[in-house]
Every structure is written in C-alpha cells, then in structure tokens.
Design a protein around this ligand. Structure first.
Ligand SMILES: Nc1ncnc2c1ncn2[C@@H]1O[C@H](COP(=O)(O)OP(=O)(O)OP(=O)(O)O)[C@@H](O)[C@H]1O
Length: 251
C-alpha cells in the first residue's frame, strides 16, 4: 500500500447529536493510518461507532469505496456485522469463561485458506506478546494484557477477513493501557504488519508521540467539528513543540 492512496478508503459526512455534542463532520480517509485527535468528549468514539454500524447517524452518509454503508436520505443502513469493518473499543471485552486462545480467535471467520489463517493468528499473537498467555482465563490477566488480547482479536479478524476488498480497522485508543516500551514496540510492529496486509486503520489517540510514530494522517476534532486534517508533522506541530519545551524545562 502506498502512503497516499488515490481512491478514497472511506468517506464520512454525518450529523449526530450525542449528549451535549452536536457532531457535524465530513472527511475522507486516503492514508494507510489515520488518527482522530481531539479533547475528551469531542465525539471521536461516536464517529468510530457510527462507522462500525453501532450508531445510526441523525443525517448523512458513509461509503467505503463504492459501497454505501449508510445513507439517511435514501434509507440505506448496512448492519454492523455485514460491514467490511472491524473494531476494538476502549474497554477490553473478553468472554470470562474462555481462554485467551479462544477469545483471540473468536472473530475468526470461515477461511478458505486455513494455513494462511493459522499463520496470521500466530503472527498476531507474537506481535501482541500474548503467545505465553494462551491457556489463561481473563481473570488471570492484567488490565494491559486484557487489552492486548482484545485488540489482537480484532486484528486477527481483520487479517483473516475474506471479501472483495480488505476490511477497515477501527481502534479506539488501542495502546492506552500499555507501558512506554511495550507501546513503542507494538506501534511500530502493528503499523508494518497492517500495511503488509493492506488493512487501512482509523484510530483514536490522545498521544502526540503515537501519531508521529505511526506517521499518521491526523484529523483533529473539536466540539463535534473537524478543525484540521493533514500529516502529524503539520497538524500536531504546536503540540509537539509544547511537549518538547516542557521536557526541556523539566516540567
Ligand atoms: N450513550 C450516550 N448517551 C449520552 N451521552 C453520550 C453517550 N455516549 C457519549 N455521550 C456523550 O457524548 C459526547 C461525545 O462522547 P464521545 O465518547 O464520542 O467522545 P470522545 O471524544 O471519544 O471522548 P474521550 O476522548 O473521552 O473518549 C460526550 O460529551 C459524552 O459524554
């Protein structure tokens, strides 16, 4: 996958009222990894949930390539399980009575290439460093381990997806519960892995360094509006500068 894609991976035009926020956003994804960045409560999770099909927007349309997923004007609404989209929420969600292994492969669809699927499962487990936890149950895991299993399951589901085009991956703060060393390793490894499988990603983060490390296209959201879209080096220049100055002054 090239770093800038000629066709739109996803177009979103939506209006939706949630809590005190009136969302009114329009954007297109054209890069392998795009990050939604903005203050807490600005509507980022709601945008992801709408693309995934868990929220029906008050107005607007969402299309993936030529496929319309939602169009309120014509009444189209493709249900979540039929969208070429896989998502992992902010909270790790695991079946308490199932092992890590069973949880991790839960989203695995029927595959016409079982050898490839097995390879992808093993590779993803290694990437998320859960290969030594496979026989444990969720209550025997730390919070960060649970989160890694939860995100790994979504990644396995995405890389083994068989459809006319690849699936879009939605990740809501996927690295937030991890220590810096683990996060650094996983961010780089996951980006390379998903690009190799040609799986585009839209993720949410509050972490400026993460957006830079991902070499992501950044969509900034504030008060329910897109206020800027561009490469991290442009869209997050001021935040990075401020963080550097804080580090230098030791505050
Ligand atoms: N089911 C709901 N019912 C009522 N209000 C909601 C609901 N879900 C979210 N909200 C409110 O809608 C607003 C947008 O929430 P959302 O979770 O989309 O924001 P966010 O930008 O993802 O926040 P954060 O960065 O803290 O995760 C917030 O004010 C939130 O309190």
């Amino acid at each position: 996958m090239s770093d800038s894609l000629s066709e739109d991976l996803l177009t979103v035009r939506m209006k939706h009222r949630v809590g005190a926020v009136s969302l009114d956003v329009s954007f297109a994804l054209t890069h392998p990894w795009t990050v939604l960045f903005g203050p807490s409560g600005s509507g980022k999770t709601t945008v992801l949930r709408t693309i995934a099909g868990f929220v029906r927007p008050d107005a607007g349309s969402i299309a993936r390539g030529g496929d319309v997923l939602v169009d309120r004007a014509s009444g189209v609404f493709v249900p979540a399980h039929r969208r070429p989209v896989r998502s992992a929420g902010q909270t790790a969600w695991l079946f308490p009575n199932m092992t890590v292994r069973s949880n991790a492969v839960y989203g695995l669809g029927w595959s016409t290439k079982p050898d490839d699927a097995q390879k992808a499962i093993e590779e993803t487990m290694r990437l998320f460093r859960i290969q030594d936890l496979l026989d444990r149950k969720p209550h025997e895991l730390s919070g960060g381990e649970k989160q890694r299993v939860s995100v790994a399951r979504t990644v396995i589901s995405a890389v083994t997806y068989e459809g006319p085009s690849s699936t879009l991956l939605l990740l809501d703060e996927p690295f937030s519960g991890l220590d810096y060393a683990m996060r650094d390793e996983l961010v780089g490894g996951l980006r390379e892995y998903l690009m190799r499988h040609k799986i585009p990603v839209l993720s949410v983060t509050h972490d400026v360094g993460e957006a830079f490390q991902l070499d992501a296209e950044v969509i900034r959201i504030a008060d329910g509006r897109v206020v800027q879209q561009g490469p991290a080096s442009d869209a997050l220049k001021d935040e990075r500068q401020r963080l550097m100055s804080q580090l230098k002054s030791g505050s």
